[in-house]
Design a protein around this ligand. Sequence first.
Ligand SMILES: CC(C)(COP(=O)(O)OP(=O)(O)OC[C@H]1O[C@@H](n2cnc3c(N)ncnc32)[C@H](O)[C@@H]1OP(=O)(O)O)[C@@H](O)C(=O)NCCC(=O)NCCS
Length: 364
Amino acid sequence: MPSAAENTKGKQVSPFHECNTSPLIQLAFSSLISASVKNISTRIAGVGAYTPSRVLTNQEMEKMVDTTHEWITTRTGIQERRIAAPDEATSDLALHAARAAISDAGIDPRQIGLILVATASPDMLFPSTACMLQQKLGLAPVPAFDISAACSGFLYGLQIAHQFICNGTHSHILLVSAEKLSAITNWKDRSTCVLFGDGAGAVVLEATHNSRGVIDILLRADGSYHEILRVPAGGSAMPVTPDVIQQNLQFIQMSGKEVFKLAVTAMQDIVEEILEKNQISPQEIACVIPHQANTRIISALADRLGLPMDRFFLNLHRYGNMSAASIPVALAEAKAEARLHPGDKILFAAFGGGLTWASAIIEW
Ligand SMILES: CC(C)(COP(=O)(O)OP(=O)(O)OC[C@H]1O[C@@H](n2cnc3c(N)ncnc32)[C@H](O)[C@@H]1OP(=O)(O)O)[C@@H](O)C(=O)NCCC(=O)NCCS
């Protein structure tokens, strides 16, 4: 299938042709691009979140595995999580969040030139969850693909979208992070099942000439640690067989202690690096939106930065770890609670399987 930029008849057209915006807007945008691609940045034009209605409390978990509300809250901060319905797939969660973000941005969905979905729990190995979402939004033939970077997926997606916007390929991109982790959780393993939850968050990213928007994004990965947080089976390395199922290898496995230590160091280092690189002091950050895995990891980051905990937006007590979806759901809630003001510098930090980790600073 030809790309939108190639046009269906192979004719070279404006890269914004696929946006279906008015010819006047296309012309204005094309002139801006040719004037100076370098002056373009990315702003978050709209945010949206969706979490399933079913609440699974720690008290209910006590009846499922050998655990206590007290253990879960003191070790992680989590009090409850959301669980998707059996007939709700990751793309269904994504759809709700995407619609909310599009509505918040106040754009015509046909302006969207690219759909990205960050997920560690896709509907299926392929087609991508992004394609499933595109179909549900009725946005064919807009390009769509998934990003696999576990809990860092939203920030990896932000960087990919930012590059497409800065190089002038797209003016509007829909980035959704969605997870149905309950489908890949071993509900008999107390060391993991108490940690995760389902949900989706989305942003509409828009090209801007205003100084407000993305200031910087840093991405990192170290595959030598791939075994400490993973779903071993279900891919080409270990196809699912009855034997694999009997050993529960199709579910999330994690060496919690090891992941914890690496998460603390990696998140602190990458946050200090992005602040130093951009000559921004921690005190200039109005709000930190970290990956929501564990309150202790976040308070260690607060200590290292010398920031009070009230500068951090936390919602993990209500949702647990929603992997890639954690940051955009927190972002949408922070906006809804009027925690973000024009001109505020917002810091993001994530850490997850891969290992992957990342940070970003935006001006709201
Ligand atoms: C998972 C985590 C909360 C466990 O906390 P911890 O303080 O490291 O706990 P440990 O793994 O040392 O386990 C301590 C004990 O609690 C037990 N335990 C584990 N899960 C339990 C549960 N749900 N309820 C009660 N006891 C539990 C362990 O079996 C262990 O018992 P033992 O000492 O008799 O062997 C913590 O390691 C963590 O948050 N890790 C990082 C998780 C994370 O961020 N993952 C995602 C990255 S995106």
